[in-house]
Design a protein around this ligand. Structure first.
Ligand code: ZN
Ligand code: MG
Length: 546
C-alpha cells in the first residue's frame, strides 16, 4: 500500500519535472528567437534591412489593428526628434531603441531640409517632416502638428536610449496627474557627464529681457523648473505644444522653455531617474566646434524672433543680443514722437538705453571739459527727476546749451562748419557729430551705424526769456522759458553721473509739461496715440505702472 502510493507520488513528481523542463526549454527558445530578431534589426542595414523591418512592422500593425494590444503609451504618445545635427547624429540608434520597447509607436523626425547624408531609418512608424517645404509641396506637409493625432508628445534628444517601458510610462503617468495645474511639462534627464541644472526663468517681453535664477523649488524626487539643461526628455500635451507661438522652433528646448515661461508654465523635473545614452556625439573637436557654431546661430535667431536682447544669468552676468556700435539701432525713424516699440507693447530695448547712457555721459563730460554750459531738457530732465535715468520708453537724450558757447567746443564748432557742406564727422572715440538737417540743433550719434543720439539745442536769451530757432510741433515741452531757471544751473543724478540741470527742477518741468508731470507718467504724444489705438484694435500698449 505504502509502496504504491510512494511510487505514484514519485511518478507525479517526475511529471512536474518534465513539465517544468519543457516550459524552461520553451522560454529559452523564445528568448533566443526574440534576441535573434533584435540582432537582425541592429546588424542588417540598407534596403534589405528596411524591407525586413517594413514587413515586420506591417505584420505588427495588421496584428495590432485586429488585436487591441497597442499599449496605452503607444496609443497616446507620439515621439518627436528635432534637435540633431545632420553631419553627426545617433538618430538611427535612438529610433531603434524606442521601437524595440514600443514597436507600434509613431516617431516624427523634424528637420529643416532633407537630412544629408540620409538617415538610415525604418520606413514605417517613422515620419520625416521637412519644415522648409519644397516649392512643389503643400505648406501643410512641413508642419509636424499635421502628423500628430495622439494627445501627448514626447520630445527626445538625439542619442537617448529606451531600455524598458517603465520610465516612459511613469513620465506619462506623472504628466496626467498634473491636469489643471500650471505645470504642463514633465522632464527626465538623459545620462550625462554634466550635472542637470534646474533654473527659474523670468521673461519680461516689455523690457526685451530674460533672467535666470537658481531654482529652490524642489521636493524629495522632483524639482519645478523654468529651464533645464542639458537637454532632457520632455513630455507634454500635444494641444499645449501646438498652442505656442512657434512649437517646433530650434533650439527646441530653449524655445519651449522661453515660450512656457512667457505663459508662466513650469516643468516638473524627475531628477532621480534618467534615460540612458547611446554613443557619445561630437568626440571630434572639429565636429564639436561645428555643432557649437550651429547651436549659437540658432539661439541668436531664436532670441531675435522672441525679442530677447538682454539675458541675466544665474550668476548675474549679462549677455547682450541687441544693437551695438557696429549695428543699426533697434528701432527705425520715430514718427509723431511715438517710437515703433510702443505700438508693440514694449519699452526701449535695454541695449539702446545702455548705448544712449554711454553717449550721454560722453557728451556731458566733453561739454564740461570745454566749459560749455548745458542742461537736461524735456524728457531727459523728466527722467532724471522721476528715475535718475532715461525714461524707460524714451528714445533719445535732449539737452540745451547757450548758443554763444558753441565755439568753445571744437566738435560742435567743427560740426557747425561742416554743416554748410552737409557733412558730419566721426571723432576719435567713434561718436558722430553733426548739425541736424531738421533745424538749428546739433546731434551726437553713438556710432556711424547706430544712430542712437543726444540732441543739443542752442538757446539764446531775449528779454529774460530763453528761446531758439527750431521748434518741434509734436513736443509739448519744446517751449521758451524764463532765463532765471538757468541762473544758476544745478546738478541732478542722471544715467549714473551728476548731470547739469536748470534750478527748481519740478517748477521747470511743470512749466514745460504741465502740473503733476513728475508723478503721472504718460507716453509722449498720448492724445495721438489714443486716437491711433482706437483706430486699430490690435494695438495693445504696455502698462506704464509695474
Ligand atoms: Zn538696441
Ligand atoms: Mg527726447
Amino acid at each position: 500500500m505504502s509502496t504504491v502510493s510512494c511510487c505514484h507520488r514519485m511518478h507525479s513528481r517526475s511529471c512536474y519535472m518534465i513539465l517544468t523542463l519543457a516550459i524552461l526549454c520553451n522560454c529559452v527558445v523564445l528568448f533566443y528567437l526574440v534576441h535573434k530578431q533584435n540582432d537582425i534589426e541592429v546588424r542588417e542595414s540598407g534596403p534589405q534591412r528596411n524591407e525586413l523591418q517594413r514587413n515586420l512592422n506591417n505584420l505588427a500593425i495588421s496584428y495590432a489593428s485586429q488585436n487591441p494590444v497597442v499599449s496605452a503609451f503607444e496609443g497616446e504618445v507620439t515621439i518627436v526628434i528635432i534637435e540633431f545635427e545632420m553631419f553627426e547624429n545617433d538618430i538611427p540608434g535612438t529610433v531603434r531603441s524606442i521601437l524595440k520597447v514600443f514597436p507600434l509607436i509613431r516617431i516624427i523626425i523634424v528637420s529643416h531640409k532633407r537630412p544629408y547624408p540620409p538617415l538610415d531609418l525604418p520606413n514605417d512608424n517613422v515620419q520625416l517632416v521637412l519644415q522648409d517645404t519644397p516649392v512643389d509641396q503643400r505648406q501643410s506637409t512641413g508642419r509636424p502638428e499635421n502628423y500628430i493625432n495622439t494627445p501627448y508628445v514626447m520630445v527626445v534628444p538625439d542619442g537617448t536610449r529606451f531600455m524598458t517601458n517603465y520610465l516612459p510610462n511613469n513620465v506619462l503617468k506623472t504628466l496626467k496627474k498634473l491636469e489643471k495645474t500650471s505645470v504642463k511639462i514633465v522632464a527626465v534627464p538623459v545620462e550625462s557627464r554634466v550635472k542637470t541644472q534646474c533654473d527659474n526663468l523670468k521673461v519680461d517681453l516689455k523690457r526685451w529681457t530674460m533672467e535666470y535664477s537658481a531654482s529652490v523649488n524642489q521636493s524629495g524626487n522632483f524639482k519645478l523648473c523654468g529651464f533645464i539643461s542639458p537637454d532632457p526628455v520632455v513630455i507634454l500635451k500635444s494641444a499645449f505644444l501646438h498652442s505656442l507661438s512657434v512649437p517646433y522652433v530650434r533650439p527646441f528646448l530653449q524655445g519651449l522653455f522661453i515660450q512656457a515661461s512667457v505663459h508662466h508654465i513650469l516643468t516638473k523635473l524627475l531628477y532621480m531617474k534618467s534615460f540612458s545614452k547611446g554613443t557619445e556625439l561630437f568626440t571630434n573637436p572639429h565636429n564639436q566646434w561645428k555643432h557649437d557654431r550651429n547651436f549659437r546661430k540658432r539661439l541668436i535667431d531664436l532670441y531675435k524672433r522672441f525679442g530677447i536682447k538682454k539675458i541675466v544669468t544665474t550668476t548675474g552676468k549679462i549677455e547682450w543680443f541687441g544693437c551695438n556700435r557696429d549695428t543699426q539701432r533697434c528701432f527705425g525713424t520715430v514718427v509723431d514722437d511715438i517710437p515703433e516699440y510702443i505700438y508693440l507693447s514694449k519699452w526701449t530695448p535695454p541695449c539702446c538705453l545702455k548705448n544712449l547712457r554711454e553717449t550721454a555721459k560722453y557728451v556731458f563730460q566733453l561739454l564740461d571739459q570745454s566749459n560749455v554750459k548745458y542742461w537736461l531738457e524735456g524728457g531727459s530732465l523728466l527722467g532724471a527727476a522721476r528715475y535718475k535715468d532715461i525714461i524707460p520708453w524714451d528714445y533719445d537724450v535732449d539737452i540745451g546749451i547757450l548758443r554763444d558757447d558753441v565755439k568753445k567746443c571744437q566738435f560742435l564748432q567743427k560740426a557747425d562748419d561742416l554743416s554748410r557742406t552737409g557733412s558730419k564727422f566721426v571723432d576719435s572715440s567713434g561718436f558722430v557729430w553733426e548739425k541736424a538737417r531738421e533745424g538749428d540743433f546739433f546731434r551726437v550719434q553713438y556710432s556711424q551705424f547706430n544712430h542712437l543720439h543726444v540732441d543739443i539745442f542752442p538757446f539764446y536769451e531775449r528779454n529774460g526769456i530763453m528761446t531758439k530757432n527750431t521748434w518741434f510741433k509734436t513736443h509739448r515741452q519744446d517751449t521758451e522759458f524764463p532765463a532765471h531757471f538757468l541762473k544758476p544751473l544745478t546738478r541732478i543724478e542722471f544715467v549714473g553721473i551728476r548731470a547739469s540741470a536748470p534750478n527748481s527742477v519740478k517748477e521747470f518741468l511743470e512749466y514745460k509739461f504741465g502740473k503733476g508731470v513728475i508723478e503721472n507718467p504718460q507716453y509722449p504724444n498720448a492724445e495721438k496715440l489714443k486716437k491711433k489705438l482706437s483706430l486699430n484694435q490690435q494695438y495693445k500698449i504696455a502698462k506704464i505702472g509695474s
